[in-house]
Design a protein around this ligand. Structure first.
Ligand code: HEM
Length: 419
């Protein structure tokens, strides 16, 4: 693959695709220039983490999300099938489009995420949480329980399944493995491409099921938008599949990680947990701090400079240069959060973060993710007041991806550690 940037000979910071030392990468980015040249699975990109630089870039009309407009290597056909992170750049949905095209693709889905629709979902989220907690209460308490497996994972998965009107299908283990593949940054390009193909085939099957039996759900809405062929509101075949995919691609593992890291942060800081449980600090503050402290999507590939862009410190992102938004490092940036940026503190007054993005591509599902955390966290700690980590937080094994930040497992004692 031809190198696009860094022609001045600067050697890039090679990002670890297994994310073994995220703190070292965060420190390197946060103490470096306004944009740091990085190597992401063989592609060189400019990583930006300083909120004062990142915010304006995310709304800059000289920055595109459409690789066909902004990335010469993509146009030359060098990326699809040859880059491990293809699912993040080579999809035909709002994530990879600008302007009117972006608005068209986003508007098809946005009516499903209005405050009214989300409020209507909350009782279902609470009921699902209660069912999962009932099931957990049946588990033996003399051995650790994996909270990710029993709670953080199935809750968002079931919510998404209901939103899409596909409750049974979304939870199938083979489907879960495919979605996990979308969030795995260490796959070979061939594995990643094959996984994306399998993802699309599975989704097409689900769309066919819905077409045969439509209902009052998001999938039926998308199918209707495609099939009606209305001017301005329509989606072509590939856009239908890839727009459908984004709900799984962007909407579930992220929320799993939010619940996982919020619970971890609170259990690792019992004094803070006590203040939320007493009502002194709101649960929403704990969720926002978890989002700041452990962004569920640490890096978001990619954006592209449409022309040379000179940043405040003189760093120039050259035209055609890919830009990597470093949301994880941005949440920990000392220029925004001072010397305590690396401390989990639900009482810090300023919890600003970029974990849901910023600008036109701001996460459509943010209200839903927040509603899920607002329901899931208090219900969990109310049901299991003695909940405790079964291994020290620093020994929890990370998921191991630059696009997904959580733990492989979250072993806890439901009734406190055995005496
Ligand atoms: C804690 C949970 C979540 C996090 C951290 C998260 C994070 C993000 C981020 C960072 C972006 C911006 C991408 C960019 O800059 O290009 C984004 C976009 C998006 N998210 Fe989320 N997300 C979460 C939950 C959800 C949920 C639950 C849904 C839907 C069910 C969802 C749907 C979307 C969609 C459709 C977009 C694309 C918006 C656009 O390009 O216009 N997300 N999300």
């Amino acid at each position: 693959m031809e190198r696009e940037v860094g022609r001045d000979g600067a050697s890039p910071l090679v990002l670890d695709l297994m994310a073994r030392c995220p703190h070292l990468e965060r420190e390197a980015l946060n103490s470096g220039p306004a944009a740091t040249l990085v190597d992401v699975a063989g592609v060189e990109a400019w990583a930006v983490s300083d909120p004062a630089v990142l915010g304006p870039l995310l709304t800059d009309s000289r920055v595109s999300k459409d690789p066909n407009r902004g990335w010469p290597a993509f146009r030359r056909g060098e990326i699809v099938g040859t880059w491990a992170l293809e699912p993040w750049v080579g999809v035909h949905n709002m994530l990879c489009r600008d302007g009117a095209d972006h608005r068209r693709l986003r508007s098809v889905m946005s009516s499903a995420f209005t405050p009214r629709r989300i409020a209507a979902l909350v009782p279902r989220v609470e009921a699902i949480a209660a069912e999962l907690l009932d099931a957990m209460a049946e588990l033996p308490t003399d051995r650790p329980v994996d909270l990710r497996e029993h709670y953080a994972y199935p809750l968002p998965m079931r919510v998404i399944g209901e939103l899409l009107g596909l409750p049974g299908q979304a939870a199938r283990p083979e489907f879960r493995a495919i979605v996990d593949g979308v969030f795995a940054s260490h796959l070979t390009p061939e594995e990643s491409h094959a996984n994306l193909r399998a993802f699309r085939e599975t989704l097409d099957g689900m769309l066919e099921t819905k077409r045969a039996e439509p209902g009052d759900d998001l999938t039926s809405m998308l199918v209707a938008a495609h099939d009606s062929g209305e001017e301005g509101g329509s989606l072509d075949d590939r856009e239908l599949t890839d727009t459908f995919s984004i709900v799984f691609g962007a909407g579930y593992e992220t929320t799993v990680n939010l619940l996982d890291t919020a619970v971890t942060g609170l259990l690792d800081h019992p004094a803070q947990l006590a203040r939320v449980r007493s009502g002194e600090v709101a649960w929403s503050e704990a969720a926002e701090e978890a989002l700041r402290f452990e962004a569920p999507i640490p890096y978001l590939p990619l954006r592209y400079a449409l022309e040379d862009i000179e940043l405040a410190d003189g760093t120039v992102i050259p035209a055609g240069g890919p830009i990597l938004a470093a949301f994880g490092a941005a949440g920990r940036h000392p220029r925004a959060h001072g010397p305590t940026a690396d401390a989990f503190d639900i009482t810090r007054p300023d919890k600003r973060h970029f974990s849901f993005g910023h600008g036109a591509h701001f996460c459509l599902g943010a209200p839903l993710a927040r509603a899920e955390a607002a329901a899931a966290l208090p219900a969990l700690f109310e049901r299991f007041p003695q909940l405790a980590l079964a291994v020290p937080a620093e020994e929890l094994e990370p998921v191991g991806s630059i696009v997904s930040n959580g733990h492989r497992a979250l072993p806890v004692w439901l009734a406190g550690p055995p005496r």
